[in-house]
Ligand binder design. Structure first.
Ligand SMILES: *[C@@H]1O[C@H](CO)[C@@H](O)[C@H](O)[C@H]1NC(C)=O
Ligand SMILES: *[C@@H]1O[C@H](CO)[C@@H](O)[C@H](O)[C@H]1NC(C)=O
Ligand SMILES: *[C@@H]1O[C@H](CO)[C@@H](O)[C@H](O)[C@H]1NC(C)=O
Length: 256
């Protein structure tokens, strides 16, 4: 009697541990990290000196951005300086603030004054950009890039291309419609036995029309990077989209 009950207790323990492991794994598979993605220093916009008015303006605006970053977004634009902080749609409050602090520190290190007045840095959960001219609302066609996963789609690629095209189109439509123009949407579509999870977002300085144009332009321009792989993202100053075979947004809302 004693032996068998201890065996069943042990079995229960193993069962509980197994469930916990499964839960931990599914947490991990959300991949809610905040990886550094890329940066660019725009020396073509000229340099500035330490102690200059330009540097003072940057410092002043970045203080404001720090406070406002809890809203998930901030923008400043005049004829000599434009700055944008755009956090991913599910990243606001301290999450966005943390990303801003990380991004600003990294920008200072990677793009010091002599590397140019303009600079952009991208993380998983935010982008921070500065420009020595007025660029609010303008689509940036020059600073976009694509990162794809190593794994290729091997079977039925035309069906796969169709699925992600529909997903991007639907998510774009969703991002630019609705009551509040959040310019952000997430959703998923089935491809064979798998789910493809997607996200699109535009920086909030864009109009709905510009947002649509930016996403269309990038999904066309980067087809070769996107069509062949199990997961990819296109990232830019004005708009971004990403899709994966696993959910990567904390609350992947079932929009579609
Ligand atoms: C999480 O993301 C990394 C790349 O950012 C990827 O290699 C990994 O497979 C992802 N995790 C899961 C469970 O898919
Ligand atoms: C980083 O961004 C620039 C565009 O600003 C792009 O040309 C470059 O290929 C990107 N690097 C990587 C590793 O994606
Ligand atoms: C739109 O914004 C208002 C106020 O900011 C908010 O109360 C409302 O819930 C939002 N609606 C949606 C659909 O997100």
């Amino acid at each position: 009697m004693y032996a068998s009950s201890s065996v069943s207790k042990r079995l229960i323990l193993i069962y509980v541990l197994a469930i916990q492991l499964l839960l931990i794994n599914s947490e991990l598979s959300l991949n809610t990290t905040n990886d550094y993605l890329n940066h660019t220093c725009l020396v073509s916009q000229g340099k500035y000196k330490t102690g200059s008015e330009y540097e003072k303006l940057i410092k002043h605006i970045m203080k404001r951005f720090y406070i406002n970053s809890i809203r998930g977004y901030d923008l400043f634009g005049d004829s000599t300086f434009t700055a944008v902080l755009q956090c991913r749609g599910d990243s606001y409050g301290t999450k966005c603030q943390d990303c801003f602090v990380t991004a600003l520190a990294a920008l200072r290190r990677r793009c010091p004054w002599y590397k140019g007045k303009g600079r952009i840095i991208w993380y998983d959960q935010c982008l921070l950009s500065m420009d020595s001219k007025y660029s609010v609302g303008q689509i940036d066609y020059d600073h976009n890039f694509c990162m794809s996963n190593a794994k290729k789609v091997v079977e039925d690629r035309s069906e796969y291309i169709k699925v992600w095209n529909i997903l991007v189109d639907d998510l774009t439509e969703l991002a630019i419609t609705g009551d509040n123009s959040t310019l952000y949407s997430v959703g998923e579509k089935r491809y064979k036995g798998d789910m493809v999870y997607g996200m699109v977002q535009c920086a909030k300085d864009l109009s709905r029309k510009a947002c649509q144009e930016c996403l269309w332009y990038n999904s066309f321009h980067f087809q070769d990077c996107v069509n062949y792989f199990r997961g990819a993202r296109v990232v830019g100053r004005s708009c971004t989209f990403r899709f994966e075979f696993y959910p990567f947004i904390a609350k992947q809302v079932h929009n579609i």
